[in-house]
Ligand binder design. Structure first.
Ligand code: CA
Length: 228
């Protein structure tokens, strides 16, 4: 955690945001603030955050939906915030992919401690993740960004690599073209979803014998198959 931790805080109560801001300033965390669910999702897509703190009761888009949307494309740690007396189903929260939750009012120290604990956990996960991705005859070297098929190196463009890497990092999950556009091309450069089709086609050509690892789910999108 040498670099400053970037926290995306999605919370409509100004007082709560102020409290968290003061606590995080002491820790030198960088705070990205959103005041409703829609802004939260937009800021999530356009900013690299390390962790998300997400209030459940939010204007525009509620916290449950925000949590589900984030989980469609990301494993970022998420802490849910809920007010005492608010109907809160923690099992539902964990099912949606939240990592932890806090009931308001909580002490800023408690929140800081939870953030640090989750970041430690995800650091361990991500240092484990800096190895090759291997599926059958495809090896993706995440450090050098080299891809080999049957031990032969193939040349991919940047976007082809990003697309393959994203799909292979989330095997067996179907992604729509729109989700892939968001993930690989980014929200800002929204382009025609058919761009995904042309890139998938080129990628399959280059994967040769392994082209079937990327399967088309008609009417939905694409997924990476784990070869038997
Ligand atoms: Ca709220």
């Amino acid at each position: 955690m040498e670099n400053s931790v970037r926290v995306l805080l999605i919370e409509d109560e100004e007082k709560m945001r102020e409290l968290i801001k003061i606590a995080f300033r002491k820790e030198n965390f960088i705070l990205i603030e959103a005041v409703d669910g829609r802004q939260g999702l937009n800021l999530f897509k356009t900013n690299e955050a390390d962790i998300v703190i997400l209030d459940i009761m939010l204007p525009e888009i509620d916290g449950w939906t925000v949590c589900r949307e984030i989980r469609r494309t990301s494993n970022i740690p998420i802490i849910l915030l809920t007010a005492r007396g608010e109907e809160f189903d923690k099992l539902f929260g964990f099912e949606l992919g939240a990592d932890d939750y806090l009931v308001k009012p909580f002490s800023p120290k408690e929140l800081t401690a939870r953030v640090k604990a989750l970041l430690r956990r995800s650091e361990v996960k991500s240092s484990e993740a800096v190895t090759n991705l291997e599926f059958g005859d495809i090896v993706i070297d995440k450090l050098s960004r080299e891809v080999t098929v049957n031990k032969q190196r193939i040349n991919l463009t940047n976007k082809e690599y990003e697309l393959l890497h994203f799909l292979a990092s989330n095997p067996k999950i179907v992604f729509t073209r729109e989700q892939l556009i968001l993930k690989v091309w980014g929200y800002e450069q929204y382009s025609d979803p058919r761009t995904v089709d042309t890139h998938i086609k080129k990628l399959r050509d280059k994967l040769g014998d392994c082209s079937s690892y990327i399967s088309t789910i008609w009417g939905v999108g694409y997924k990476f198959e784990v070869p038997k």
